[in-house]
Ligand binder design. Structure first.
Ligand code: NDP
Length: 276
């Protein structure tokens, strides 16, 4: 006799998506909570993913959405949380009566990772945020709420200016080649630039003197910047804490349960180590 399929389906949608640790994390928590559900990965190649994401509401109770479809996820939704609206992108969708409700759990995920790396006391302190893409927008929303003195350092000035205009009107901006000056007095550096995916490095960093350097990437993509940070005397942290924390917030939204993040983080570290 074959086993009954799970009654609630969840998935992460992205392009690429085969590397995603989200199925590992969520199926672990689903098992621990004894929920009748399954979480899979859906590879979706589309210039505009919104129509396909709208169709998935018929079969899926919830989705995570990753690169490059987070803006389309918001567009595909019938309603949205204040965070998703402010960031302009969604990474978590929950099925409701009228369609998807969009959430952005990267904001909470970043908040948890930042406090784990740099503590709680950043109000009024200088924080350098490298990058101005989707992850930077989620990070900037939290940093503005914290009341830090924010400096956005990005390759393209236009994207940094747009981030300032939309989310952080009091932030300063600096060109990427000015990183050493911009970061010399920073309490913490947050790196959200995805340059490590291509094996590229950051410009020179100032001496870190054990200050925290939080990279939002993880695994091989984070390796070049974390090595640079360590060599310059910064205390390096990768993005796995944020990954697990944003997943935990999604799990709370879907199931109303706070899952075991420490166990999931250990499982992710083991999975990443096994791939290297
Ligand atoms: P985006 O594509 O939206 O933004 C990428 C950013 O990186 C832009 O600011 C871009 O600069 C910059 N960048 C890319 N290549 C280079 C380069 N060669 N030199 C300098 N700057 C470069 O990506 P996201 O913001 O969504 O993601 C960024 C990183 O954060 C990724 O590695 C992603 O995996 C990670 N992430 C981690 C999460 C977690 O839970 N840990 C959650 C979300 C993202 P420009 O504006 O000039 O193009």
């Amino acid at each position: 006799m074959s086993e009954r399929p799970p009654s609630q389906l969840y998935a992460v949608v992205g392009d690429p998506v085969s590397h995603s640790l989200s199925p590992l994390i969520h199926n672990r928590w689903i098992g621990e909570a004894g929920i009748d559900a399954h979480y899979s990965a859906i590879h979706l190649q589309a210039a505009d993913a919104a129509p396909s994401l709208r169709l998935l509401v018929q079969n899926y109770a919830g989705l995570n959405v990753t690169l490059p479809h987070k803006r389309a996820a918001l567009a595909a939704s019938a309603s949205a949380s204040p965070e998703a609206l402010a960031v302009g992108a969604a990474n978590t969708l929950m099925r409701e009566r009228l369609g998807w409700r969009a959430h952005n759990t990267d904001v909470t995920g970043f908040a948890d990772a930042l406090s784990a790396a740099a503590g709680e006391d950043l109000k009024g302190r200088r924080v350098v945020l490298i990058g101005a893409g989707g992850a930077a927008r989620a990070a900037a929303l939290h940093l503005v709420r914290l009341g830090v003195q924010l400096v956005i350092v990005n390759r393209s000035a236009a994207k940094a200016d747009a981030l300032v205009r939309d989310l952080a009107p009091e932030a300063q901006t600096a060109a990427l080649d000015q990183l050493a000056v911009a970061a010399s007095q920073a309490a913490v550096i947050v790196n959200s630039a995805s340059l490590g995916h291509a094996g590229a490095e950051l410009p020179d960093l100032p001496a870190g003197k054990d200050r925290p350097f939080l990279d939002l990437s993880y695994s091989a993509a984070a390796a070049p910047a974390l090595r640079q940070a360590r060599e310059a005397g910064w205390a390096p942290h990768d993005g796995l804490t944020m990954l697990v924390a944003q997943a935990a917030e999604a799990f709370r939204i879907w199931f109303g349960i706070s899952p075991d993040t420490a166990g999931a983080l250990d499982a992710c570290r083991a999975a990443v180590a096994a791939r290297q």
